[in-house]
Design a binder for this molecule. Sequence first.
Ligand code: GLV
Ligand code: MN
Ligand code: MN
Length: 416
Amino acid sequence: MEHLRIDRQRTAARIGRDIETLSGPAHTRDAVAIRRYAYTPEYAATDAYFARELEAIGFTVEHDPVGTLVARNVPKGMPAFGIGSHCDSNRNGGKWDGTLGVVMALELCRLNGEHGLGLPLQLISFLEEEGSGFGQMLLGSRIMAQRATEEQLRESMFELDTGRPFWETAVAAGYEPARWRESQRVLDGLIGWIEPHIEQARVLQDTGNRVGVVNAIAGYVHADVHVHGRDDHAGATPMDFRLDPTTVVAECVLELERLARAAGNATVGTVGEIEVHPSLINAIARDVRFSLDIRGPRDEAYLGVFRDISAFAHERAAARGMTVDVVERQRNPATPMDAAIVAALEAAAAATGEPVLTMHSGAAHDTMCVADSVPTAMVFVPCKDGISHSPAEDAQPEDAAVAVEAILNAIRALVA
Ligand code: GLV
Ligand code: MN
Ligand code: MN
């Protein structure tokens, strides 16, 4: 099949315009960062923008029972190729993480019509990928893949701002979480899935490549460690009479760094949240919670680090007369991408005439959950200096246009 060359300038201009529109004040609750998460007015406005644009080009738009947007140009359940990403953002996010993938998928839908290609397409914009609303990453896609339980959805997920349960918040927003199991029907008929996304690292930029074809996604475990000490006076309590939980946190942060390095295999470990109670300068803390984010492309390696840091926390707390609870939030295994889709993307990306790299993703993506039942792959767009989960995140619509051309051609080849 002959490679279809698109008008990249026009596509880049439309992508740039969409991204700028979705970075405006109606789409974020922060003056500097993009802060947008499930069931907020900013999220609803962003979802409505995609719905309007898709309906204008003849797509039928629906939502699954918890609010993931699904748009099709063929009837429900008919064979279609899936494309999309998420349009919520990290709390301190930029314009590109997630949103670019949905914008690129929208652009693919436009091009499909303009070039009269007749490709059967289904766009998905997943709810709550970042965990910014409820502290649970990949929530919409985990619900779709049935990787969550009703008990978790009802009882262990709370809005970070208000403490309101996920279930209640979804109902108040007009959704029907009680029907969450039906979400898996969204994937019925999908013959493949490609998620476009910014790279979130600097490999493409530093190797001079313009398109990244993803062949695997690193797995991860997320957990919270609660250290229980005793709140005493910071001045009056001699050093030998304290049960100070912050000392255990300090030991654990350094041990996690050591363990992750020792595990090799691109294993990484991060303590991204530390919450000290009661958090007063003149009081020894009573309790401290810190988060664990441990990842890597080899499940045995990063899960080994999780096991060892958990044991270390218990041991160090006990040695200091304190106790620890380790509560796992979730885990998702490392996920290989589908060889046939990767090969089609590599061929189509090479035919753009631009330099292409096949690589793995260190960040997590909804595609990990789609991969349970649909052949999947991802395409990365370079991002400036690899900066992501930050308002300084930047990327070029011109690079995104090259990736759109590659994805469009890969889908043409795959559905032929
Ligand atoms: C997703 O945003 C991640 O943290 O990998
Ligand atoms: Mn993302
Ligand atoms: Mn992200």
